[in-house]
Design a protein around this ligand. Structure first.
Ligand code: OOG
Ligand code: NI
Length: 265
């Protein structure tokens, strides 16, 4: 486990920009040399005891993070929690887990095989949250998973690492609203996730979000290389609650669409 929040996020970021070359460019475009505050990052996993949401969360809880919200995505067959740090300038963390038992016996067998192949010590190692994949994967197995669940295929291919970082628009000096951010991104040639509209959420639900479509990388499967979606970048603008405090939760209906930023098509 890491002993310092900043070194953990630095390591997650370094891994993330290797998987997501466009993120470094987006970061440069929006920051204009200033620092960027991350609203949150997200991680994905399977709900198998050795690697489930709680196992990932323990790495953050040991640094002072506390579970704050529960989310359910029935159609995608996954659940999620978000975690906050007492220092509100630290990124929130959104962790989801796939409900493996709700899928076909074939998918269950494939995923169980991956997790069985992992040494138990891997999940408590300092670097677990940016350690990537711990199993052999061929392109046919990836395709079989993809046919049932984009999420399952993504975790199978990329393993343990940040799925996205999220720019806090509230802390961007040069932008007042999410439409301006989206416009700047599109003008620079980045492709936004348009599922359900480019802007997810509204001032009424106290959170507006947008995201790029994931970069495509040439994945080295055990049999061949295939271009597949890796990770994406998200942008979030938060509004104040009636009591004057900023809303710190997530919005399931919006999150449901954000997940699709790693869809193959
Ligand atoms: C998480 C999608 C949800 C948000 O901010 O609502 C999310 C994922 O794609 O793993 O990040
Ligand atoms: Ni997110």
């Amino acid at each position: 486990m890491h002993t310092n929040v900043n070194t953990l996020f630095d390591a997650l970021w370094q891994d993330y920009i290797k998987m997501t070359p466009s993120a470094a460019k987006v970061h440069a475009l929006l920051s204009q040399g200033e620092s960027i505050i991350n609203d949150h990052i997200a991680l994905r996993t399977f709900n198998i005891a050795k690697v489930n949401l709680d196992v990932l969360a323990a790495h953050f809880e040991s640094l002072g993070y506390v579970a704050c919200g529960d989310y359910n995505f029935a159609a995608k067959k996954l659940i999620a929690k978000h975690f906050e740090h007492p220092d509100s300038t630290q990124p929130k963390v959104f962790i989801s887990e796939l409900l493996v038992e709700e899928f076909s016996p074939e998918l269950q067998q494939i995923v169980t095989g991956f997790i069985d192949a992992m040494d138990a010590s891997v999940v408590t190692a300092d670097n677990f949250l940016y350690s990537g994949r711990h199993w052999v994967l061929d392109s046919k197995t990836y395709a079989a998973l993809l046919a049932e669940s984009e999420y399952a295929a993504w975790v199978a291919a990329f393993g343990y690492r940040a799925n996205h970082f999220t720019v806090s628009i509230n802390h961007l000096p040069d932008y007042d609203n999410i439409l301006e951010v989206n416009q700047a991104l599109k003008q620079a040639g980045f492709v936004l996730n348009a599922v359900g509209g480019e802007v997810k959420g509204s001032p009424e639900v106290l959170l507006e979000q947008s995201s790029t479509m994931a970069d495509k990388i040439n994945m080295d499967f055990s049999d061949t290389k295939v271009e597949i979606p890796s990770c994406f970048y998200e942008f979030a603008l938060r509004y104040n609650m009636p009591n004057g405090e900023v809303y710190t939760g997530f919005v399931a209906a919006s999150a449901d669409k954000i997940f699709e930023s790693t869809n193959v098509n």
